[in-house]
Write a protein that binds this ligand. Structure first.
Ligand code: ATP
Length: 238
């Protein structure tokens, strides 16, 4: 079976996320896509987030109606081992929660999959741009195939250059692709990146939070049930 894993902060989940998942589902015949909101997203630890359970609830609402879309608790609070950091000469410093690294989640999910299953990691090109900085990025590429939603302005060379250093082809190899739009597949050094073009929608959670602050309608950004949840729970007031 082909399985997708789609992680994010989902603060909130929006139509861009759903469009990406739907396109990946169709093109790669994904029998299941796990939507995994992160309790502690590694790259957003300094910004205030809507509490995990609200973000999870909105993911659950937005994934209803598509049998293959599964809201996942893989990165729920207290599912990640706690790392204790002890300073020199100090008895004990406060325990630090390990952020939700995708490689940990992929490894955990793989325990429940069959050997014959193919795991695809769904991601937008903006996030993919930073992937070389992710925790154990190389291992992540070896653990699953990637499906990247590209958008106009990105070339195949940009995608190849975003790979972790050890997987990145030389400039001589990527240069000829600098003008080729990011579409098709990249198969390099044992890793596979599939590109989905024409799925990126002009919506982001940041734009939605701004619309909420400005008391604008969320209709064009989120599904009606998500908008209703935001209002019911007063998430538009905090
Ligand atoms: P924020 O604006 O707060 O950074 P976001 O809208 O990018 O949030 P995330 O939850 O951080 O949402 O993103 C989860 C994943 O979805 C990432 O891989 C991101 O690149 C991708 N993504 C986000 N928005 C879109 C979009 N409009 N089209 C396709 N992919 C998207």
């Amino acid at each position: 079976m082909n399985i997708g894993l789609f992680g994010g902060t989902f603060d909130p989940i929006h139509k861009g996320h759903i469009a990406l998942a739907r396109a990946a589902q169709e093109r790669f015949h994904l029998a299941r896509i796990y939507f995994v909101p992160a309790d502690v997203p590694p790259h957003k630890q300094r910004q205030p987030l809507t509490p995990y359970f609200h973000r999870y609830a909105m993911v659950a609402l937005a994934t209803m109606g598509n049998k293959a879309f599964v809201p996942s608790l893989l990165e729920a609070p207290n599912t990640v081992p706690i790392e204790e950091k002890r300073g020199k000469g100090q008895q004990k410093e406060p325990a630090l929660v390990r952020p939700n690294y995708s490689i940990d989640t992929v490894r955990r999910l793989k325990h429940s999959l069959k050997k014959s299953d193919r795991l695809f990691f769904l991601i937008g090109v903006d996030a993919f741009d930073e992937i070389a900085k992710w925790h154990e990025a190389e291992a992540l590429f070896h653990a699953c195939e990637f499906i990247v939603a590209s958008r106009p302005g990105y070339s195949l060379a940009d995608l190849a250059n975003a790979l972790p250093r050890s997987l990145r082809p030389s400039e001589a190899v990527t240069k000829p692709f600098a003008k080729q739009p990011a579409k098709g597949d990249l198969a390099l050094n044992g890793v596979t990146v599939h590109l989905l073009d024409n799925v990126h929608q002009r919506v982001s959670a940041t734009a939605i939070r701004k619309a909420i602050a400005e008391k604008r309608s969320l209709k064009k950004f989120v599904d009606p049930q998500v908008e209703e949840y935001i209002k019911k729970m007063g998430l538009d007031k905090s």
